[in-house]
Design a protein around this ligand. Structure first.
Ligand SMILES: N=c1c2ncn([C@@H]3O[C@H](COP(=O)(O)OP(=O)(O)OP(=O)(O)O)[C@@H](O)[C@H]3O)c2ncn1[C@@H]1O[C@H](COP(=O)(O)O)[C@@H](O)[C@H]1O
Length: 113
């Protein structure tokens, strides 16, 4: 995994209340203190902002706008993963597991409901 993702995951982990994260000085600690719904709300907001940025870029805006919003979305997704003691490495492992498996074939192979 990218070192910067690993470092960020470690910082996020250190902001949990059980590790002494201080909501007065840390944005991540504040999110953990507010609770799950606050984290989920941010994910929803950042997802919408990412979609809007993509539309702006399509209409001619600077593509860096999409990078900026995607970084916000990834960051908040990492906070959500940490909340449930999951790691970005596990997401990367899941993507690796899917490597070479066509999404169309995978969907067709699912058990019929
Ligand atoms: N990568 C980030 C990061 N990306 C975005 N943000 C914050 O996410 C917040 C939400 O962004 P918005 O644009 O939605 O701002 P907003 O509408 O004012 O936010 P809200 O009031 O709705 O929460 C802002 O306060 C951003 O500064 C981040 N805050 C922290 N990090 C990383 O997390 C580390 C730990 O941060 P602290 O816990 O604050 O020390 C930092 O060193 C960084 O590496």
């Amino acid at each position: 995994m990218s070192n910067s993702l690993e470092r960020l995951a470690a910082v996020i982990e250190s902001r949990k209340p059980e590790h002494g994260g201080d909501p007065e000085t840390s944005y991540v600690a504040r999110l953990f203190a507010k609770g799950d719904d606050a984290i989920l709300k941010k994910i929803g907001e950042e997802a919408v902002e990412t979609v809007m940025a993509a539309k702006d870029v399509r209409a001619g805006a600077d593509p860096s706008k999409l990078l900026y919003e995607t970084a916000d979305l990834w960051f908040h997704s990492m906070v959500l993963l940490a909340r449930f003691d999951l790691t970005p490495q596990q997401v990367i492992d899941e993507l690796a597991r899917r490597e070479g498996v066509s999404g169309i074939e995978e969907k067709a192979a699912r058990p019929q409901e």
